[in-house]
Design a protein around this ligand. Sequence first.
Ligand code: ADP
Length: 371
Amino acid sequence: MAAVTEREPIRLYREDRRLTIRRDSWGFGLGLVGTVALYGAYGWIAREAVAGAITLGQMTMYLLLFRQGQSAVSASLSAIGGMYEDNLYLSTLYDYLETPVQRIQGGCTMGPDPADGVRFEDVAFTYPGADRPALEHVTLHLKPGTSLALVGENGSGKTTLIKLLTRLYDPTQGRILLDGLDLREWDEGTLRARVGVIFQDFARYQMLVGENIGAGDEPAFEEEGRWREAAAKGRAGDFIETLPSGYRTQLGKWFKDGRELSGGQWQKIALARAFMRDVPLLILDEPTAALDAYAENAVFERFAALTRGRTTVFVTHRLSSVQMAQNILVLKEGRLVEAGTHPELIQRGGEYAAMFRLQAERYGSNPTPGN
Ligand code: ADP
């Protein structure tokens, strides 16, 4: 994702200060007018009473009425202000709801060549409003039952590639084929049922622990047996058993007894969620970044064993885990720069070999923990 530049906090501070000064100046000016009007009216009533134009009883009544009128006016003004503020939020919501959604046209539930797997043919993609493509000239072939690791610096286009593969976006150029059929021609439901994906910013629901896992397969949302099976696969079972009510522990601070989990524990929940469905194509986009290197390695080893025979795609920055993949693709600035197996890429001595050497220097002679 785009990095926050150093100047942005300064701009934010300046704009915030400008708005605060404007609001407080108006508040002060109008408050002053109100106060002058109030004391002016008090003075006028007192003068009239002294001059004998009104009785003392009338003076008391006028003062009381004036005070009541003033609080009624200020209450209605603040109600109007509140309505205006709520309207600002609602207009943002309505703008969002009115965003045109691309209709999915296709209705095919099978491709002509089920043994072909996934193909990218000269795929390019530019985000709406962006001036340069996030991906370009990407051509790749992923056979069914094989594993693929995507490697590259932040912003090199890994997540974008996954968003195209899961059809969250359509390529702006080229095409993506699944079993020999363009993704645009697939029936949406069939496609979603075939692909499971866990992104780095997966949803953290303020629900029961078990329901957070069950969310991976909506028809089995409340099936405790399935939660347990999936948790065991995602290595979440052990820590869940230590929670006060096990799988029925409430998560989130919205609730009185809601528990908070650590980043690593949430990631185990997310992995378990990925195992709720038995999908032929499983994608993990860095959901293990908060786990330590040893835990991540263990997760990937287990992941590899449990997904044997299924097509898997994963993104991680730890090259020790990448070695397990049968195919490795290296992306740089939206382009595919290297492809091959770990030994092939090391042999080649290019980008991947340089990254691997760097991690090896930082973490010891071999970046594979435990090896
Ligand atoms: P990676 O996953 O490798 O870190 P991404 O695929 O997230 O990289 O990003 C690739 C490029 O696309 C980056 O330059 C990023 O700034 C841009 N990008 C990502 N998401 C969006 C978006 N929603 N809108 C516009 N540009 C985006």
